[in-house]
Design a protein around this ligand. Structure first.
Ligand code: FAD
Ligand code: NAP
Length: 552
């Protein structure tokens, strides 16, 4: 094969983003001896945990699991202080990882990638940076994040508001700046649920604008006792392996029985215990059929509504907070501290946007169909243009077209990692991967390991292009759809389906068959010589078929 690539130096791996994904990709690539050039819009590492500094921000997957597993030394030397570490501690951890493994040197910070063009003749990616510079490399790894592009506020009038405006996903103020003010929070997803109680603690008055009430569980965050940490550290390799093979990337608590297999009383007692336990293996995971059978789900949903009625004193407010528009767990449940209790405070009121939608804003008020609400400060907790937002902003383009054109009718990927027609382009924690419904760090490590193994394999084979076949992509899309269609996720509008962003085609953006099963499928594909992947134009087989039915 004639090598038509230019003689000017190019890097082996181009990497976008310096969050959990980009940092691990840079680590693995340099471990392989490959040269790396990484780019990050932010002035420093951290990704999600750099940007989302709003009051109350913390993980809701236990920190001892929501962390890298690739280095035994790292997991022994780092000690988490709380069950769910606050944002600042997670950011400190990511900084520690960057320093310890010398990863900062691979990245150019304050640098946004504005375009990625595939130079087909040279078989290279060329990135254009916001400085106007370009940079070329053989493989492009997008660690640009699933939840890194804030959603636009899709109600007219925001531009009229002249008071303090801040969004949770680009938090730029101190909590003190809200002190004594009349504050509005719009949005009651995970971000809103975490910040609302803290804002209520300082505001003169807080008005919460809620469109869809969600299921909010008490996080039951607490300091991590030294003996718990010591015990986990003593068994870390085994615990990590359990996470890797589990459905959600956390140690599993398998249940086989269904909600109506037990008496009403036993069911209620089990929900009570699960409510005390909290976390992702709490109420929503107490019976095997809660995410597949609407009637079973309703028993858990009603349990939560009952809790809300017990906690919230004003019956009208309680009724508005009761989640009634989707099954429990079908959009991401929230974990908060004193969330429902906050609505008992005299300085907090709730506006249901289902009853009185926002019509506009003035310089100092939010106008709904029910009246005008005067506010000094506005907090937007309205979420993200998930997965495709950051990928489309990269303007990934080949001579045949752009990624956003290829996905005009909906996302189509192979394993959530590659997409047909875009050679040598890989997504870490991409759409149709398990990232949507898992401990994302587990998904990230698995994806990066699989991608680097595939590139190493391609190098050994002497192929300089690696590309998914359209047939294998069809197979993967069919698998993700068949998997989600068995669940109640399929029935619910949320960022999981792209329905939170106006005009976004509805595709379910994750694989929900579990990280363990996904890992086993990916491993099997590698073992079979990567069917569904053309390496240097050749594939051992174009399809993977229903590999999900072959693998337990
Ligand atoms: P990110 O952390 O989003 O990093 C992507 C980086 O890429 C960003 O820094 C961004 O600036 C950069 N970037 C994007 N586009 C460009 C470009 N064009 N040019 C240059 N740089 C670019 N997951 C869990 O599993 N458990 C949790 O408890 C949890 N809590 C969360 C809490 C919040 C508030 C949010 C928003 C998400 C949470 N997540 C959680 C999901 C979280 O996003 C992932 O766990 C993880 O941090 C993703 O890492 P990443 O590196 O893939 O992406
Ligand atoms: P989100 O879950 O998408 O919630 C956005 C909220 O804003 C919803 O209540 C939504 O209402 C509302 N909203 C959106 N547009 C609106 C509009 N135009 N008018 C009025 N209300 C509007 O976003 P998020 O809270 O930022 O969370 C996103 C994801 O990030 C989470 O699901 C989770 O994966 C992750 N996260 C995790 C944590 C954690 O606890 N560790 C914290 C924050 C975020 P509708 O529901 O009606 O659309």
């Amino acid at each position: 094969m004639t090598d038509t690539r230019p003689t000017t130096p190019v890097v082996d791996v181009l990497c976008v983003g310096a969050g959990f994904s980009g940092l691990y990709a840079a680590y693995k690539a340099s471990e392989q001896g490959w040269t790396v050039a990484g780019f990050e819009t932010a002035p420093d590492v951290g990704g999600t945990w750099f940007w989302n500094t709003y009051p109350g921000a913390r993980c809701d997957v236990e920190s001892v699991y929501y962390s890298y597993s690739f280095s035994e030394e790292l997991q022994q030397e780092w000690t988490w202080s709380e069950r769910f570490a606050p944002q600042a501690e997670i950011l400190a951890y990511i900084n520690h990882v960057a320093d310890r493994f010398g990863l900062r040197r691979h990245f150019r910070f304050n640098t946004r990638v504005t375009a990625a063009n595939w130079l087909a003749d040279e078989r290279l990616w060329e990135l254009t940076l916001d400085s106007g510079d370009t940079c070329r490399g053989r493989y492009l790894l997008a660690g640009s994040g699933g939840l890194s592009t804030p959603k636009d506020f899709d109600v007219p009038g925001l531009e009229n508001f002249t008071g303090l405006k801040v969004s949770t996903s680009r938090w730029t103020i101190s909590l003190d700046e809200l002190s004594g003010k009349r504050v509005a929070v719009i949005g009651t997803g995970s971000s809103g649920v975490q910040c609302i109680p803290l804002i209520a603690g300082v505001a003169a008055h807080l008005t919460v604008f809620q469109r869809t009430p969600n299921y909010v569980f008490p996080a039951r965050n607490a300091p991590l006792p030294a003996e718990t940490v010591a015990e986990i550290k003593s068994k870390y390799p085994a615990i990590r392996e359990e996470c890797r093979q589990s459905p959600g990337g956390i140690p599993d608590r398998p249940v086989a029985d269904r909600a109506f297999d037990v008496s009403d009383e036993e069911r209620r007692e089990r929900y009570e215990r699960a409510y005390e336990r909290s976390g992702f293996l709490g109420v929503g995971a107490e019976f095997a059929d809660l995410l597949t059978d609407p009637e079973a789900n309703e028993t858990a949903a009603e349990f939560v509504r009952h809790k809300i009625r017990q906690i919230v004193r004003d019956p009208r407010t309680a009724a508005l907070l009761e989640p009634r528009f989707h099954p429990l767990g079908a959009k991401r449940s929230c974990f908060g501290t004193d969330y429902y209790e906050t609505f008992n405070r005299p300085n907090v009121s709730l506006v249901s946007l289902r009853e009185e939608p926002i019509t506009t804003m003035t310089s100092g008020s939010i106008v709904t169909e029910g009246g005008s609400h005067d506010v000094d400060a506005l907090v937007l907790a309205i979420g993200f243009d998930a997965f495709t937002g950051p990928l489309y902003a990269l303007n990934v383009t080949t001579p045949s077209g752009r990624l956003q054109d290829a996905w005009r009718d909906g996302v189509r990927t192979y394993l959530g990692i590659m997409t047909a027609g875009f050679p040598n382009f890989f997504m870490i924690g991409g759409p149709q991967s398990p990232a949507l419904a898992s401990n994302v760090v587990v998904t990230i490590e698995q994806a990066v390991d699989w991608i680097t193994d595939l590139i190493a394999h391609a190098e050994e084979e002497g192929g300089d292009t690696v590309e998914a076949t359209p047939e294998a992509q069809d197979d993967w899309v069919a698998i993700t759809e068949a998997t989600v269609d068995q669940t109640l996720y399929a029935t619910t509008d949320s960022w999981y389906r792209g329905s939170n962003v106006t005009g976004k085609p509805a595709t379910f953006l994750g694989y929900v068959g579990g990280v363990g099963k996904y890992r086993r499928m990916c491993a099997e594909i590698a073992k079979r010589g990567y069917p569904g992947v053309r390496i240097g134009g050749q594939a051992v087989a174009p399809r993977i078929g229903r590999i999900d039915e072959e693998i337990a």
